[in-house]
Write a protein that binds this ligand. Structure first.
Ligand code: ADP
Length: 241
């Protein structure tokens, strides 16, 4: 698509039929992989990410181990079949950068000092990309860590807010991400009210920024409720077994 489409239609709805403040449908599945210590699939609309966690385990080679806390090794990656055109499977600069941003968010969330000298490996594979993959990947990782029983300060919930045809919109789709005036992914620890990731592409006025942040908070509380429910259901399953 070479020309900007209309992002907000005559009826005030978005190109995918959503209201300005409406999230895409969310689906969370825990424990989807047998061989990982924890795993999850997180879907937000057409964006779909699988995450796998291994550890905490002994760090090899030993000299890389940190004496006072666990190390995190984090990989965000898009599968070749996750986009319209086959994506080169070699990690791109974008994927290397997103791995770092996601690692930093996880480092401020996991209680790493409980596991000195160990390493925790976290893999995220984007199965289907339709905007918001960094946040869906981060949430998939957070759910996989919870599934692995690794202690955290809170779950991580996140959503992108932005501006499309001059209106603030919640949870951008790919067209809005590509053609909108602003794209701001935000991830927080909802119970603690702490921000662990915030980026902004494009432009907003300070007032728009405040309103966008509030809109994100609203979306995040709905997402957080679904995350807790997914964990509770998994726990009940274990209990029955
Ligand atoms: P995020 O996925 O976190 O929103 P970006 O803003 O960089 O990150 O990407 C927006 C969207 O653009 C992605 O979700 C994906 O749908 C699409 N995209 C990103 N990289 C590629 C790529 N290499 N090929 C095709 N589409 C891509």
């Amino acid at each position: 698509q070479l020309q900007k489409p209309k992002l907000i239609l005559e009826n005030g709805l978005r190109t995918d039929g959503r209201k300005l403040d409406e999230l895409r449908p969310i689906k969370i599945e825990l424990g989807v992989l047998k061989n990982a210590d924890g795993s999850a699939i997180f879907e937000m609309g057409n964006t779909k990410v699988i995450a796998a966690v291994y550890g905490p385990k002994e760090m090899h080679p030993r000299h890389l181990a940190l004496p006072d806390k666990a190390s995190l090794r984090v990989r965000y990656h898009m599968t070749p079949f996750s986009t319209d055109e086959r994506k080169n499977p070699a990690p791109s600069r974008r994927e290397i950068e997103l791995s770092k941003v996601i690692r930093e968010a996880l480092e401020s969330t996991i209680l790493l000092n409980l596991f000195p000298r160990t390493v925790i490996d976290i893999f995220m594979e984007v199965l289907q990309a339709d905007a918001g993959t960094r946040l869906v990947a981060l949430m998939a990782a957070s759910m996989a860590l919870a599934d692995a029983g690794i202690p955290m300060r809170d779950l991580i919930a996140g959503v992108a807010v932005g501006k499309a045809d001059g209106s603030l919109v919640l949870d951008l789709n790919e067209q809005e991400d590509m053609w909108g005036e602003a794209d701001m992914p935000i991830a927080v620890l909802p119970s603690l009210g702490q921000v662990v990731l915030l980026q902004l592409n494009g432009f907003m006025t300070p007032d728009e920024f405040r309103r966008a942040f509030e809109l994100a908070q609203k979306g995040i509380s709905s997402i957080y409720a679904l995350q807790k429910e997914a964990l509770k259901n998994k726990y009940l399953e274990y209990k029955e077994e």
